[in-house]
Ligand binder design. Sequence first.
Ligand code: CLF
Ligand code: SF4
Length: 521
Amino acid sequence: MDSSAHQEAGASGSGVDIEAVMQQVAEHKGCGTSGGAAKPSCGSSDGPDDMPAEIWEKVKNHPCYSEEAHHHYARMHVAVAPACNIQCNYCNRKYDCANESRPGVVSEKLTPEQAAKKVLAVASTIPQMTVLGIAGPGDPLANPAKTFKTFELISKTAPDIKLCLSTNGLALPEHVDTIASFNVDHVTITINMVDPEVGAKIYPWIFYKHKRITGVEAAQILTDHQLRGLEMLTERGILCKVNSVMIPGVNDKHLVEVNRAVKSRGAFLHNIMPLISAPEHGTVFGLTGQRGPTAQELKALQDSCEGEMNMMRHCRQCRADAVGLLGEDRSEEFTTDKIMAMEVNYDLEGRKAYQAVVEQERVAKVEAKKEEVATLKDIESDIKVLAAVATKGSGLINEHFGHAKEFQIYELSTKGAKFVGHRRVDLYCQGGFGDEDSLETVIRAINDCHAVFVAKIGGCPKGDLLKAGIDPVDEFAHEFIEKSAITWFKAYLEKLKSGEITHTARGDAEIRQGAFSSENA
Ligand code: CLF
Ligand code: SF4
């Protein structure tokens, strides 16, 4: 359904004035429009040449299933599913489901009818919004009537939008056929263990067949349902992503086994996310002092699983009513009051025309990257360095240091520039002046990086970054990220060769704890 619509978009000769569409949308929201196609990477470098055409059609503009697409395409969630059927020790049910959200976030709950209106309102305003997900605030399949009613309404009114679902998996086997009947072709299951002894440390209880079941017995039922549900989905050709929360000392080593188990059952992508845990979240793990992983611990685990299957590294643990590109949150623009007052004009042709331009720019970005990677072929070096990038999207270095709410992290080597993660930070610029405390947290968040690429940076933070051993680079403002990073890396290797600098290893970096609100999304 949706995939053919997107394919048509690329070849559209609909007569729509593309410049006018671009201008209209840019004026309205300032959204990004450039990029490069063909290589999605999903955490790996897989592209249309590396996978069956029908899979490529499903992932190419899904911002979660394709790392490359996430620079260009947006998703939205509608919070229609309040109830949950299990308890996770990292969740406080006052807040959204922590399997897809950071703790401490409360989303505005909607009826299916309100949700359908919201999807049309967002799709009319953000033409690169291609995916609608239901991810809470509880478990979508513990609220099947509301979840499927929402899908039904949206598939009728906005047929070009992909439908996506995220579940803890307990109720999955009984709903697989209904999921397939609504053409939901992307399902995420959160699987934190395949060993019930480990599971008992994560899940105090489940609610199953009208009974509360605890301990190892509960974890055994949960893992059986998750794995059976995964098999049933993949047998039906539905693309599955597995989310796992990395909990040091509880399941960190065990996740390698989880990775193997889900790969063997046909999962397409594995998303290992850090536990976000602090006492103020009021969760069991928060109150018992269970820590989350450091940035390097997370990366090491992701790296070790990467040979097995595609790893997702660009997840933002977004809220149950998130709207926009991953890493930005425009949910405040689409509150229920605002949506109900909005005149919605669902312009399918306009959306296709806009996305056709996005595709052209995506191609340009990928070509630029390929050309730059080719220049590395005769350079021999084992050195790998990390670089942080301030970006507002579109695959460009287009954010000021002081305005960045997150930095994207790329690993640079003679193989090229590879996206390996992101770090959320406190804003450095606080209305005209720099906040020194925030600067310290920024430096801790990117402390494992050799350089930070920005569109602009002031003299003070530049000096502090240099003192911390991080090179602030602003000479590639508004240029493509990967191409620029490779150019910088070649110059770095040249300086090493000439003896101008020496290579030193960097330390570890912190993953920011704390809630994910619209202010700091
Ligand atoms: Fe939403 Fe999840 Fe679908 Fe994406 S999110 S239901 S697959 S459309 Fe994406 Fe958000 Fe990470 Fe989820 S960044 S939390 S992985
Ligand atoms: Fe919370 Fe989600 Fe776990 Fe339910 S499945 S307890 S909503 S984290």
